[in-house]
Design a protein around this ligand. Structure first.
Ligand SMILES: CC[C@@H](C(=O)O)C(=O)SCCNC(=O)CCNC(=O)[C@H](O)C(C)(C)COP(=O)(O)OP(=O)(O)OC[C@H]1O[C@@H](n2cnc3c(N)ncnc32)[C@H](O)[C@@H]1OP(=O)(O)O
Length: 254
C-alpha cells in the first residue's frame, strides 16, 4: 500500500508510505488522498486532517518522476497535473483545520501539498522548497497560488519560488511558511499543536474557514490554480524539462 489512512479521536491522518522513493506521489497516492478527503467531507466527527510521510527522511519528494516522465506533451501533463490540483483544491477548502506534519524533506509537489494545508509543522532536521525550477518547470499542482495566499511577505514568497531550492526549517519558520519547528516526535508536536483547538466546538472552526474560503471564491482561486496548472503543462513539454528529468532518473545509485 502506497499510503496509510487512520482515524483516531477525531484526527484523520493520511501518511504517504513509499519511504524507499522518498514518499513520491504516484497514482495510488493521488487516489488515496482523494479517498481520504472524501472521507473527511462525509464524516462529521472528523476534527482535523493531517498529512505526513513515513520515516524521518522525507515528507514527500513530489510527483514520481519515474512514472510521470512518460507524459510528454502539454495535454498529457495537464491531465495528471490538473487531477492532483483538483485534489489539493479540495484539501485546501475542507471545513476542518488541515495540518502538514512535515517529518522530512518536502520538495516539488511535496512542498505544494504542505502549502495547500492550513498549518505547517516542520521537524528541525527537515527542509522544504519549490525546487521545480531545477526541472525547468513551475509548480503544477496549485502550490504557487496557495503560497501567495499564505500571508508571507510577497518578496519572500516569490524568492522561495524563484530560488528553486530547499530551505532549512528555521528559515521556513522565519519567513512565515512554517508555523512551528519541532524537535521531539511528530506525534507529540501534533498533539501539542491542537491542544487548544480541540477544546473549541467544530462549528467555530468551520465558520472561520468559511470566512477565508469566501475570500478565495471572490478572488477566483480555483481558476487561478487551473491557470497555474496550464502554465506548468506548457513548460512540461519542453526539451529542457525532459532533459532535466532524465538527469535525475539516470544519476548513479548511491
Ligand atoms: C510532477 C509534479 C511536479 C509539481 O507539480 O510540483 C513535481 O513534483 S516534479 C518532482 C519534483 N521532485 C523532485 O525533483 C525531487 C527529486 N528527488 C530528490 O531531489 C531527492 O531524491 C530528495 C527528495 C532530495 C532525497 O534525496 P536522498 O535522500 O539523497 O535520496 P535519493 O535521491 O537517493 O532517492 C532515493 C530513491 O528515491 C527516488 N526518488 C526520490 N524522489 C523521487 C521522485 N520525485 N520521483 C521518483 N523517484 C524519486 C530516487 O530515484 C531513489 O530511487 P532508487 O535509486 O531506486 O533508490
Amino acid at each position: 500500500m502506497a499510503y496509510l489512512l487512520e482515524h483516531k479521536e477525531g484526527i484523520v491522518t493520511f501518511t504517504i508510505h513509499r519511504e524507499d522513493k522518498r514518499n513520491a506521489v504516484n497514482d495510488e497516492v493521488m487516489n488515496g488522498l482523494q479517498e481520504a478527503i472524501t472521507y473527511v467531507e462525509q464524516n462529521d466527527n472528523v476534527r482535523f486532517f493531517v498529512i505526513t510521510g513515513t520515516g524521518e527522511r522525507s515528507f514527500c519528494s513530489g510527483g514520481d518522476l519515474s512514472v510521470f516522465h512518460a507524459l510528454q506533451t502539454e495535454d498529457e501533463a495537464f491531465g495528471m497535473l490538473s487531477k492532483m490540483a483538483k485534489i489539493l483544491y479540495k484539501l485546501a477548502t475542507l471545513p476542518v483545520p488541515t495540518i502538514a506534519l512535515i517529518n522530512g524533506t518536502a520538495v516539488g509537489g511535496g512542498c505544494e501539498i504542505a502549502t495547500a494545508c492550513d498549518f505547517r509543522l516542520i521537524a528541525n532536521h527537515a527542509k522544504a522548497g519549490f525546487i521545480q525550477g531545477t526541472l525547468a518547470i513551475t509548480s503544477g499542482w496549485g502550490g504557487g497560488t496557495y503560497l501567495f495566499e499564505r500571508g508571507l511577505r510577497h518578496d519572500q514568497a516569490l524568492k522561495m519560488l524563484v530560488d528553486a531550492k530547499a530551505y532549512d526549517a528555521q528559515t521556513l519558520y522565519d519567513i512565515g511558511w512554517a508555523m512551528h519547528v519541532f524537535y521531539g516526535t511528530k506525534q507529540e508536536a501534533l498533539l501539542d499543536f491542537i491542544d487548544d483547538m480541540r477544546k473549541i466546538h467544530p462549528s467555530v472552526h468551520q465558520a472561520y474557514k468559511e470566512i477565508e474560503l469566501r475570500k478565495w471564491r471572490e478572488r477566483n482561486m480555483y481558476e487561478r490554480v487551473m491557470e497555474e496548472v496550464r502554465t506548468c503543462a506548457k513548460l512540461w513539454e519542453s526539451d529542457a524539462h525532459h532533459q532535466a528529468v532524465n538527469v535525475f532518473l539516470t544519476k548513479p545509485k548511491k
